[in-house]
Design a protein around this ligand. Structure first.
Ligand code: ZN
Length: 406
């Protein structure tokens, strides 16, 4: 078996391992050959077996893979998967070690004076909106245009379906045309679901299609929903290019999309920067408020995740923090806890507990500064080619190296 085949095999085995322990497979998408399908890999391997398999894969990589970016990308992914196995097999890991081991980024808590600054920005942007004080203004802002339940289901399955076609066209007109290249796109199907820890999810199906699910237990208003569409569509687009690269190069490791690796940092970072990529940033007062609120909530959610997972604070204390510092309603704070808690409602390990760090760090420390540099240097076509046409750029391990040309 060659290095890429071993990579697929071990990803599939670890997918079965994580699914058994948490209900979620670490394999997020697969569009490779049937014989290496994750579901066809062993379900019986112990943590020790899996770590052994990872070390064999390391050795074959060292022997076979000469391209330095591809080599570092695959090594980084396997190191992350090793941390996944350690974590779920009960090895003693601090939350910081877990986040660093999975994503190759530092766990950083936001000091409260930074949160204060973010609240002041929100305060200045929302000052003209109705309400007696800041909390009242934020609550009213959030409930304006709020859609829930069946109305939300109809909005998602009808209106968003149409909107997504427009977003797809924007990607073609404003990004791919600059790159002088195109990618097949059979579109995204929208579906409303319930009982999930996330608010939206892009399931890449292979064959250039995605299923986007929205959790209608969450409350959406039009501002937040639109932001979610750009984010989720960018995930779809980045997988389209990955599948195209796989078909052209036949490098098997491109046909699998694992969660909880350095890849996720860049993937969430590009998704959270899609509006800048597409030049649809809206300077209207509502969007200005929505963005300030979004940044504040990303930061306070990270602090809340550290409270729950590292400091082992009680749920009630953490909910209070999200209400007081993130200006959430109690209901929204309680719902957002589902995504960051160490355990799920039924007491098993919450697979998403470390994931919250990918979004803010991916955008702020990786994607946005590089995008801004590309704008300054007037090299956007090359920037987008590196992002979309070089799949090995898409990891926190390789990102900076992939842009050394800039
Ligand atoms: Zn995402």
């Amino acid at each position: 078996m060659n290095a890429a085949e071993r990579f697929l095999q071990v990803c599939g085995e670890i997918g079965n391992f994580t699914e058994k322990r948490t209900g979620v497979s670490v394999v997020d998408a697969y569009f490779g050959p049937d014989e290496f399908h994750p579901k066809k890999q062993s379900e019986a391997k112990t943590a020790t077996d899996l770590v052994h398999d990872i070390y064999i894969a390391f050795d074959t990589l060292r022997d076979e893979v000469n391209d330095p970016l591809r080599f570092e990308y695959m090594m980084g992914e396997l190191h992350s998967l090793n941390t996944v196995v350690d974590w779920l097999s009960g090895k003693e890991l601090s939350y910081a070690q877990l986040v660093e081991g999975l994503f190759h980024i530092e766990l950083k808590q936001f000091p409260e004076d930074v949160i204060d600054e973010s609240i002041r920005l929100l305060e200045s942007r929302i000052s003209e909106f109705p309400g007696k004080d800041l909390r009242d203004k934020v609550t009213r802002f959030g409930s304006e245009g709020e859609v829930t339940g069946n109305d939300l289901k109809i909005l998602i399955e009808k209106e968003l379906q149409t909107k997504s076609k427009e977003v797809g066209e924007l990607f073609r007109d404003r990004i791919f045309s600059q790159m002088g290249s195109s990618v097949p796109d059979k579109g995204v199907q929208y579906e409303a679901v319930q009982n999930q820890p996330w608010s939206g999810y892009n399931w890449y199906q292979g064959d250039f299609k995605s299923l986007n699910q929205f959790n209608i237990d969450a409350k959406f208003n039009k501002d937040t929903l639109l932001n979610v569409i750009y984010h989720e569509y960018e995930h779809h687009v980045s997988n389209l290019w990955r599948e195209k690269a796989y078909i052209n190069s036949q490098e098997l490791e491109l046909s699998i999309v694992p969660l909880h690796t350095g890849r996720c940092v860049i993937s969430e970072g590009t998704a959270d920067t899609a509006k800048e990529f597409l030049r649809v940033t809206d300077d209207g007062p509502r969007m200005q408020v929505a963005e300030a609120l979004n940044a504040l909530r990303r930061m306070t959610s990270i602090n809340a995740a550290i409270m729950l997972n590292a400091k082992r604070c009680a749920v009630d204390e953490t909910v209070d923090y999200l209400v007081n510092r993130g200006f959430r309603t109690e209901e929204s704070a309680k719902r957002s806890i589902n995504f960051i808690s160490p355990t799920t409602k039924d007491g098993s390990i919450n697979f998403f507990a470390p994931y919250i760090f990918t979004y803010f760090t991916g955008r702020t420390d990786f994607v946005l500064p590089m995008y801004k540099k590309a704008v300054e240097q007037d090299v956007l076509p090359e920037f987008f080619k590196t992002v979309y046409m070089n799949p090995y750029s898409g990891s926190s391990v390789t990102w900076r190296k992939a842009f050394e040309w800039m």
